[in-house]
Design a protein around this ligand. Structure first.
Ligand code: 4NP
Length: 160
């Protein structure tokens, strides 16, 4: 079997945005029948929540759409993650610049919303996926909507 393509979703805490992105991407790849082509994971640039499941509000919004989130939070491991994952996907510009500072290859390091069809023409102008941690449940609905569109575009791009 050909080697699997590594896709790593990265946010700050690895409990709200990146576990949701990971779950949505797994779901989209499974629906397309291509899940076995990928090595998919998520992590945080910070390690405060290491070992925890996703935030209950991320789990709830995913479940509302019939999707499970398998993630347990972990911190980025630069030494191994940058070798293992070809696609390093940051949720916002702060995550993106932290990744570059930690040695992530610029050509492999992308902003999540750059893959959304709404931003395909000007990916550098793509919005950040806002951190919903300190807000209410509706923030998680907004993040879900952003991430589903971006996951669809990312899957197309990675498969092409
Ligand atoms: P995430 O959200 O980066 O989307 O997982 C956050 C979760 C926790 C914290 C910050 C952001 N925190 O500071 O604990």
């Amino acid at each position: 079997m050909a080697e699997r393509t590594g896709v790593l979703f990265v946010c700050l805490g690895n409990i709200c945005r990146s576990p949701l992105a990971e779950g949505l991407f797994i779901h989209a790849a499974r629906e397309r029948g291509v899940l076995d082509r990928f090595d998919i994971d998520s992590c945080g640039t910070g390690g405060w929540h290491a070992g925890n499941p996703a935030d209950p509000r991320s789990i709830a919004v995913a479940r509302k759409h019939g999707i499970d989130l398998p993630s347990r939070a972990r911190q980025l491991r630069a030494a191994t993650d940058f070798a293992r994952f070809e696609w390093i996907i940051a949720m916002d510009r702060s995550n993106h610049s932290d990744l570059l500072a930690d040695g992530s290859e610029p050509s492999r390091t992308h902003l999540m919303m750059a893959f959304h069809a709404d931003h395909a023409v000007k990916p550098s102008k793509a919005p950040d996926v806002p951190d919903p941690y300190y807000g209410g449940a509706d923030g998680f609905d907004d993040v879900y909507e952003m991430l589903t569109g971006a996951c669809d575009g990312l899957l197309e791009r990675v498969l092409s």
